[in-house]
Design a binder for this molecule. Structure first.
Ligand code: NA7
Length: 534
């Protein structure tokens, strides 16, 4: 921390200390030799994994690929034999990687960046943190997070509740659900994990479900020793192969469509995937077209509906758990999810049929007047994805243009990285970045940003994407996203969980391999799209 505590001017400021920020700081400091300041509002590193500490939290992407590919060694906090890592393990892993590479030293913790402003004349960024202290740098890398802004529903009576209200993403230390009357609002990936964990310890669990989800088993298991050895011995080759796939989730991505095989073959493929577990693997590792072909999507949906009916003993409860929408949200996977609704201490409330009217001192009152008594009310109601980070971090580019104004109702950044009017400002996981397993997607983006910075340094010229290039990118992203069945449902992937009437595709759905080709094309053209100034 010596640099950060003594100086206010840096080569690069990195906002955020999660998976993206740590990688950015590492590349900038250790590969480019930059003088870097990292700003993190939490008291430690980890980002999403720092904030999300709810019971049951774990990754649902395989641990062998939910990690950095540049660091083979760090593993003491990593359990290479477990298919998925728990939240605390990932947090510790990230902290340890940062320490191993000297990245923790560049961070200042505990105060959020509240404003960043581009100084046109000086061609520098000025970043202010809570409390008023300010820093300057030529480049600003925002790794402010995809899930930085949790959302609570607009329900009256929050202050009336006699018990404890928590959001899954802001879990207070010491809050336990043991022997409590617990309510959980929300049944997304988070709600699913929480529900299973809470049901095991709570006196009673009331699940307030608005839209049922398709949930397949996660398939948490132990990898065998030979698998782990193969993984470590061929670490780089494995990563090279995974990067050449669409999702880089570590499984083979088939080319055959679900309708190209017989019904019996299809059933067998789904059954094997169900047995093995994994949401992404079920959606993208069974057949090539579940996200794009309605018939194929229906087939997968019907398979999962059949599983719900066979697992859930009470047919009324089963029907309430069965989605009517296509299978087109970020795929959820939780072990024992549907089985949990067979527990005597678990009640499922359909809040579409009987909405939450208000929170009252003793619990939650429904529209029909029923009161569900609770000690702890948990909101697993998600996030304002991507854009949300900039509601408490005001970024202003050339001529004072606000980032959120520039994005408007159609947020887009070229490659998820660059926004016109924001010179030398780079978002990692900005709007319309690649939809893939996040760590390799982040590495691809940041490696590219590093090359852009090097070019800018060499030419002594700020880099800024042109409006025309962005428009073409946006059109392509929208076209692919709107052709996908994901566009038919409301979810954070389209920002429509918050901006309900204004869906916006927040990702490039062309896959990581194609995304990386676009990046290489830009490199080959010597970053032509970013040379607006020349
Ligand atoms: P999600 O996937 O956005 O899920 C939020 C859940 O909360 C979902 O079931 C929502 O139902 C529900 N919700 C939101 N508002 C309400 C209200 N007002 N009443 C009832 N239910 C509500 O967030 P997660 O945290 O689970 O997951 C986010 C990502 O984090 C995940 O995809 C991983 O990538 C990691 P709805 O479907 O909107 O009716």
């Amino acid at each position: 921390m010596s640099d950060a505590s003594q100086h206010t001017d840096f080569d690069v400021i990195v906002v955020g200390g999660g998976v993206a920020g740590i990688y950015a700081a590492h590349i900038l400091k250790n590969k480019l030799g930059k003088n870097v300041l990292g700003i993190e509002r939490g008291d430690g590193l980890g980002g999403t994994w720092y904030w999300n500490r709810y019971p049951g939290v774990q990754a649902d992407t395989d641990g062998i690929v939910y990690r950095y590919s540049f660091d083979k060694e760090t593993s003491s906090e990593w359990d290479p034999e477990a298919r998925y890592q728990r939240g605390a393990q990932i947090r510790n892993y990230l902290t340890e990687v940062a320490a191993r590479h000297g990245v923790d030293e560049v961070y200042r913790f505990g105060r959020a960046a509240v404003e960043a402003r581009y100084d046109d004349a000086a061609a520098t960024w000025r970043v202010e943190v809570e409390g008023g202290e300010a820093f300057t740098a030529r480049y600003l890398v925002s790794a402010a997070g995809v899930f930085a802004r949790p959302v609570f529903p607009d329900i009256p009576g929050f202050d009336d509740f006699a018990g404890e209200i928590v959001h899954s993403a802001r879990w207070p230390e010491g809050t336990v659900l043991d022997d409590k009357k617990v309510g959980v609002v929300g049944t997304g990936s988070t709600g699913g994990q929480l529900i299973v964990a809470a049901a095991k310890v709570a006196d009673s669990l009331t699940v307030f479900q608005r839209t049922p989800q398709y949930v397949v088993p996660a398939g948490q298991s132990r990898l065998d020793a030979a698998e782990v050895q193969e993984y470590l011995e061929n670490f780089d080759a494995n990563w090279a192969a995974w990067r050449a796939t669409r999702l880089a989730c570590g499984f083979d991505e088939p080319e055959v469509g679900a309708m190209d095989v017989t019904p019996a073959e299809r059933e067998a493929v789904f059954e094997r995937a169900w047995e093995r577990g994994g949401g992404f693997e079920f959606m993208f590792g069974t057949f090539a077209d579940l996200a794009f072909n309605r018939e194929s999507n229906d087939a997968a949906a019907e398979f999962i509906k059949g599983k719900i009916r066979s697992i859930v003993k009470d047919p009324d409860v089963a029907e309430r758990l069965i989605p009517s929408e296509p299978y087109a949200k970020r795929p959820a996977s939780v072990d024992g999810y549907y089985e949990t609704f067979n527990n005597d201490n678990v009640e499922l409330v359909d809040v579409k049929a009987n909405p939450i009217a208000r929170i009252v001192p003793q619990g939650v009152e429904l529209a029909d007047g029923t009161v569900k008594e609770l000690d702890t009310l948990v909101f697993a109601t998600g996030f304002e994805a991507i854009e949300g980070a900039y509601r408490h971090f005001e970024v202003a580019g050339r001529e004072g243009t606000r980032l959120l104004d520039q994005w408007g109702d159609a947020p887009s950044s070229y490659l998820g990285i660059a926004t016109p009017k924001f010179p030398n400002f780079f978002t990692l996981l900005g709007p319309q970045g690649v939809f893939s397993n996040l760590p390799p997607g982040i590495e691809a983006q940041m490696d590219f940003v590093a090359d852009l910075i090097t070019w800018s340094d060499e030419h002594d010229e700020p880099v800024e994407v042109s409006q025309q290039v962005l428009a073409q990118w946006q059109e392509m992203c929208n076209e692919i996203a709107n052709a996908s069945i994901f566009s038919e449902v409301k979810s954070w992937i389209f920002g429509s969980n918050v901006h309900t009437d204004k869906p916006r595709p927040l990702f490039y759905f062309g896959g990581l391999a194609a995304f990386r080709e676009v990046l290489d094309g830009e490199r080959a053209k010597e970053f032509e799209s970013f040379r607006t100034a020349s």
